[in-house]
Design a protein around this ligand. Structure first.
Ligand SMILES: [Zn+2]
Length: 291
């Protein structure tokens, strides 16, 4: 009994004030928080890599995750339409919510706020994490947020963040090299998830299988895409694994294009355990298909 009490005291003392409890929306943000925080953070994400981040069904277990968290890291720009509900439901008045989009150079901002852009993307395109150059801002903001919660570890967070960004920079140069021959290629995507990615690599996204973000494919729009793909010799249609690919498959059958199932988060498929592995898989698969 005495030993048990001593053991419990050691365990409690070991936890006290040690780890910052972080919850993230996307698994990619969880990976970055772990890379930066190391042993000084405990990180959980709400969305799995194989789920549509726009369409998460709110569950009490998500509120429980936030109940005892110090930080909630999110992409922002309304990607996580479901987030306000779980933040309110957590009743955690000391929770700090960090919107990582604040300093991002945003694309496709609508001239006026309306549903004309579709069901989602009303504040512009939130899929900025697929341009790895934006990850510098994300990492800097996570370093700052963790440092606010655990000022004694600020130097460690900074060092880890810088080390990660150095590695990422090397990879960015390599990815750009791999994709160089395909600059100027035209592709089609299911959803407007690839805007930032395409802008980074000089690809043109001619259209989406969804007539508007969040709006299901329609026969007339699909027919229009079949003639567009034929006319422009488009060879690739990117569809995330969580979307129904039947309209894209229909276009592929009628043309020379092929459907590429590419996740937009790590853990989505392809064995990518972290953000860098996700981008590695994406670049290798896309380059292979455009060859
Ligand atoms: Zn979207």
């Amino acid at each position: 009994m005495k030993h048990l009490i001593i053991l419990l005291m050691v365990v409690v003392a070991g936890n006290a004030g040690a780890a910052v409890k972080v919850v993230t929306s996307l698994p990619d943000l969880a990976d970055l928080a772990r890379q930066i925080g190391g042993e000084k953070v405990v990180v959980e994400s709400i969305v799995r890599g194989d789920q549509n981040p726009h369409a998460i069904e709110v569950k009490p277990s998500y509120m429980m995750k936030l109940k005892s968290a110090d930080l909630f890291l999110m992409i922002g720009m309304d990607l996580e339409l479901w987030a306000p509900q779980i933040i309110d439901g957590s009743r955690n008045s000391s929770l700090e919510v960090v919107d990582l989009s604040r300093r991002i150079a945003k694309l496709e901002i609508p001239a006026s706020l309306s549903a004309s852009q579709g069901d989602v993307h009303r504040y512009g395109n939130p899929h900025y994490w697929l341009d790895p150059r934006n990850i510098r801002i994300v990492v800097e903001d996570i370093v700052a947020a963790l440092s606010r919660k655990s000022p004694a570890d600020e130097q460690l967070f900074r060092t880890n963040g810088e080390r990660y960004l150095e590695k990422l920079q090397t990879q960015i140069r390599r990815w750009e090299e791999v994709m160089k021959p395909f600059a100027g290629s035209t592709i089609i995507t299911f959803h407007k998830s690839w805007t930032y990615f395409a802008a980074w690599l000089g690809l043109t996204v001619a259209d989406q299988v969804e007539p508007k973000p969040g709006i299901a494919p329609s026969p007339s729009h699909t027919a229009k895409l079949i003639s567009l793909v034929r006319q422009s010799g488009i060879r690739v249609i990117i569809v995330e694994p969580f979307y129904d690919a039947s309209a894209a498959e229909q276009i592929a059958r009628a043309t020379q294009a092929k459907v590429l199932r590419l996740p937009t988060s790590c853990g989505g498929t392809g064995g990518a355990t972290g953000y860098m592995e996700l981008m590695d898989y994406t670049i290798a698969t896309l380059a292979g298909a455009l060859k």
